[in-house]
Write a new protein. Structure first.
Length: 179
């Protein structure tokens, strides 16, 4: 069931991207401002969907948001976070002006997320809501057709103290399309 759902999502993404290619082929890569991406490692490893939208402001900066949904509520210990909304701002440092908004980047983010802590003494699960501020670094590649591959890793400091940990990690490998 988990694998068939993943294959269905992948198939629909490819169909969406091929339809967008025909629509967007008249635009130069400089004129395309919107990106949608799907995190592939979490999708394949567990029933979790993480999607990202980014608006490319110019060749040096972009902003957007990431949504994460953990679809496995029975085994929360596999991944303690089960919902996340993470707006971000990015600065790109690639000197090549060919495509813009690609290459090495630094990102500032704030994350609003909920999850579950497991008490090691009583094995009791405690639901929580947390907010964090943090920074990420990453690399983005894009081809002339608009297909995007991105990797990033970041850390954020929890602000509310509702979780048993003081920080959170963000990251992954993303595939997507710029239109």
């Amino acid at each position: 069931m988990k694998y068939s759902f993943s294959i269905l999502i992948l198939f629909l993404s490819i169909q969406c991207f091929s339809a967008q290619t025909e629509f967007s082929s008249s635009k130069d890569i400089f004129e395309r401002r919107h990106e949608v991406k799907l995190e592939i490692v979490k999708l394949m490893a567990m029933p979790m969907i993480e999607t990202t939208y980014e608006y490319v402001h110019d060749r040096n900066k972009g902003y957007g948001a990431t949504l994460l949904f953990n679809l496995n509520r029975n085994k929360r210990a596999d991944y303690p976070e089960y919902f996340s909304f993470t707006p971000f701002f990015r600065m790109y440092f690639d000197r090549d002006q060919q495509y813009g908004a690609k290459g090495f980047f630094v990102e500032a983010f704030t994350s609003l997320y909920s999850g579950v802590d497991q008490d090691s003494f009583t094995s009791k699960e405690n639901d929580y809501f947390e907010t964090s501020l943090g920074f990420s670094i990453g690399q983005k590649w894009i081809n002339r057709g608009g297909f995007v591959f991105e990797v990033r890793l970041g850390v954020g400091r929890n602000l509310l103290g509702n979780s048993s940990v003081d920080f959170m990690l963000k990251g992954g490998a993303y595939v997507g399309y710029r239109f």
